[in-house]
Write a protein that binds this ligand. Sequence first.
Ligand code: CTP
Ligand code: MG
Length: 215
Amino acid sequence: MEVSVLIPAAGKGERLGLGPKAFLRVGGRTLLEWTLAAFLEAAEVLVALPPGASPPRGLRATFLEGGETRQESVARLLEAASLPLVLVHDVARPFVSRALVERVAKAARAQGAAVPVLPVPDTLIRPEGEAYGAALPREALRLVQTPQGFFTALLREAHAYARKQGLSATDDAQLVQALGYPVALVEGERTAFKVTYPEDLFLAEALARVWNGSP
Ligand code: CTP
Ligand code: MG
């Protein structure tokens, strides 16, 4: 696949409390290893690691030092990307299928920017202090996942614009959106969930036992 895959993996994993997620082992493999397995066909894979971390051996990827924030880590990866299309994918979503990777890549190649989304299963409210508050219209809302695909030049422009304007965002599509460029939506997948809290490891361990690259 003619894409540069950018893996921000420089987070500290503070909510999980078990060190950087990239090196966390689930089912005998690190989250970084699980993640890279979905991108075996990619022409280029670049990974941002926490400053000072030693790059793991034997993996087909180029390692560089991440920044203070996810956005800064992606900006650094983006500088090193050499192909016209990039896929940005969090190491914290180790069970991403090749089908999802291809779905995003295809839409991004056609439209310049594409992200996977899911419907929201729970009721959403804006609490009033400690009390229940107004419900948000959940059928109008979506959960946003990675991988997110972009024309490399577009994402570079979006990051440069964000830097100039002092914008910060938790994903890359927000920065592209801030430029005024439309971001296409494709169907996400529940198994590409983000390993965030300790309880998420039960599901990750269970998935690791049955995972063969498709949900
Ligand atoms: N990330 C990064 N550089 C940072 C911060 C985060 O590359 N300075 C990456 C993480 O490694 C992860 C992704 O961004 O793949 C999403 O971040 P998150 O799920 O918040 O992971 P952590 O920042 O590691 O976790 P926490 O916020 O609990 O510390
Ligand atoms: Mg974080």
